[in-house]
Design a protein around this ligand. Structure first.
Ligand code: ZN
Ligand code: ZN
Length: 465
């Protein structure tokens, strides 16, 4: 089997992996790099297109996060015969999020924040959505290409990360022996508030393609969900008690819904006042609706729980109404999680940051140099340190309470090492992590399992595995 990472492997950018198994070409994920625009954000589809023996028969999309699905329309245009596989929840999310991505790309070009032409438009997306084949978790399906010499079977397994997310197990015969390849995608072994932890192959695999997001994060494995929840509840209590407003910048898909479920639990347990208004806005409300509609047919800890069962108000659009909403104690769960410029969370943060009574609480990953990371760094320097949240606004002194809580949708690194022990692969291919993260993972895997070959491919490098 040949493996080529077409996207980024040294950073959390576009996830996209090409496999050539005898006569079949398979792409696992078709992501786009959220830190780039236009062509720059795409995986190296040209490597496959320009190679005489490489082609794409099938693509499997593991979940609807942009770094895993954002270039799917371009993949379909480049390889019109590709059959695209995903879970039904991922398809539902894709039909919501890909058109939103097309509109955002168009808007950025119109507003002059990018010079990159949009990669796809809304009309072609409505055609493509008929091409998505959906599969139940745990139900084998066929991935054999038309030039194939051996049949290939695939199976999707709940990965515990977000609604619809799945790991991919491939089974085929090569040189007369049975081979099993497992791609974890973004994975979480432990339960969150809505989603149960991931499920994994019961028998050993021979190649494991493993994510490494948290590989350089020693803090994550030292915190438990329970103590983190406790700290989060106490911090909310503190801000609300002094009449402040809390902003929780959240990724619209996954994190926001998990946080709403947690706030509901806090209210039910009397940890925060029942009457505290919770505000939500934008796409995350539509995504919450999908979480609710699929609650009996996708893995849940409690299928009875509904995100919209949590009383919440739509954050008003007008500036005056927004200012009113900030005048009384309340909790705002809005995107983006990294507080990128011109998003709702960034604008609210500009209103809150200079006032001591308010709080801005981060609940997810913030990449270096994002406004979220800049705010955390400034807050760590001490009160009054200036931060630039938006270039148009200029520097602002940080006086509000800024905290970070760990509610990752990814497993911490010890759990990933443990998973390798459970799956006992002969080879591990490390992907989806910054260089330092993959290095830690590689060192530790070699230490605990010296018999396993650990590979850290660079983007575009073909590996025979
Ligand atoms: Zn993800
Ligand atoms: Zn990812």
């Amino acid at each position: 089997m040949l493996f080529v990472a077409l996207g980024d492997t040294e950073a959390i950018g576009a996830s996209c992996h090409f496999l050539k198994i005898d006569g079949t070409g398979i792409v696992l994920d078709a992501g786009a790099d959220p830190n780039q625009e236009g062509e720059e954000s795409l995986p190296r589809f040209d490597l496959v297109r320009d190679h005489p023996d490489w082609y794409v028969d099938h693509a499997v999309v593991t979940h609807a996060h942009h770094d895993h699905i954002g270039s799917l329309p371009v993949l379909i245009r480049e390889f019109p015969h590709v059959l695209v596989h995903m879970t039904r929840a991922t398809r539902d999310l894709a039909e919501l999020l890909l058109p939103a991505s097309a509109r955002l790309q168009r808007r950025k070009l119109r507003e002059g924040t990018t010079s990159a032409e949009p990669l796809f438009g809304e009309e072609e997306l409505s055609l493509y959505s008929y091409l998505y084949l959906t599969h139940e978790l745990g139900q084998p399906f066929d991935l054999t290409g038309i030039r194939a010499e051996v049949p290939i079977q695939a199976e999707l397994l709940h990965s515990g990360h977000i609604l619809g997310s799945a790991g991919v197990l491939l089974r085929f015969e090569e040189d007369g022996r049975e081979r099993r390849v497992f791609y974890t995608s973004d994975t979480n072994l432990r339960p969150q508030t809505i989603l149960p932890g991931g499920t994994y192959p019961e028998e050993p695999v021979d190649v494991l393609i493993l994510e490494s997001t948290a590989g350089a994060d020693p803090e994550a494995e030292r915190t438990t969900r329970r103590t983190e929840e406790q700290k989060f509840a106490e911090a909310l209590q503190r801000v609300l008690a002094r009449g402040g407003t809390v902003l929780v910048p959240s990724f619209a898909l996954g994190r926001a819904q998990e946080i709403l479920a947690l706030l509901d639990r806090f209210k039910k347990r009397g940890l925060i006042p029942e009457e505290t208004p919770i505000y939500t806005a934008g796409a995350l409300r539509a995504i919450s609706d999908l979480y609710d509609k699929t609650r009996f047919v996708t893995p849940r800890l409690d299928p009875g729980f509904q995100v919209f069962g949590v009383p919440q108000r739509r954050l008003p659009r007008s500036q005056a109404a927004k200012t009113n909403a900030l005048a009384e104690p309340g909790i705002h769960v809005v995107s983006s999680g990294m507080m990128f410029e011109r998003t709702l969370s960034n604008r609210l943060a500009q209103d809150l940051v200079e006032h001591e009574r308010h709080g801005i609480f981060f609940v997810g990953f913030a990449k270096e140099d994002s406004p979220a990371a800049r705010l955390m760094a400034a807050a760590a320097e001490g009160p009054g340190t200036e931060v630039v949240l938006d270039a148009h606004r200029g520097p602002q002194p940080v006086r509000c309470e800024v905290e970070r809580f760990r509610f990752s949708g990814h497993s911490h690194r010890r759990d990933l090492i443990h998973l390798v022990g459970q799956l006992r692969p002969k080879k591990v291919i490390l992907v989806h992590g910054e260089e330092e993260a993959r290095e830690w993972m590689a060192d530790n895997l070699r230490f605990f399992y010296p018999e396993i070959e650990v590979l850290r491919p660079s983007s575009g490098e073909p590996l025979e595995v």
